[in-house]
Design a protein around this ligand. Structure first.
Ligand SMILES: [Cu+2]
Length: 143
């Protein structure tokens, strides 16, 4: 399978903050049909995912195959580190990003193959269940 992906790491940069501001103020292009059930952007596929204890919001994201995707991952938990692990449909790890409490990471990638790509956080404290086992998982649906 042919995957083209690259990984950009920004440490709570001003660019991210400006990007979030622009997103929340509607400066990015919106899909023509706003009744779509999933968060989709027609240009650049800008997706913001909040990481909480223990969930991702939104837990399901639909994107288009072959077009760049920018994932802005915000760890909104207090004192709890999370990670964002994205696998392809066959289980090959594509993204492994550690995100400290209060931090933001931006990941850019392009997924060529349609399918369901699970994402989750596998952090775990001592004998407690992993964050994924506590519900911290979601899926990226590539069409
Ligand atoms: Cu976690």
């Amino acid at each position: 399978m042919l995957y083209f992906f690259y990984y950009t790491r920004l440490i709570v940069g001003i660019a991210v903050l400006v990007g979030q501001w622009a997103f929340t103020h509607g400066l990015y292009a919106q899909p023509a049909d706003s009744s779509l059930p999933h968060r989709e952007a027609s240009v650049g596929q800008q997706i913001i995912i909040s990481m909480e204890s223990y969930s991702f919001t939104p837990p399901e994201v639909v994107v288009e195959a072959g077009k760049p995707i920018t994932l802005t991952l915000n760890n909104e938990s207090f004192l709890i580190p999370h990670n964002f692990l994205l696998d392809d449909p066959s289980g090959i790890r594509l993204v492994d990003a550690d995100i400290s409490s209060g931090d933001t990471e931006v990941v850019t990638l392009t997924l060529i193959e349609p399918g369901i790509y699970p994402f989750y956080c596998d952090k775990k404290l001592f004998f407690f269940p992993s964050h994924r086992e506590q519900g911290m998982e979601g899926r990226l649906i590539v069409r």
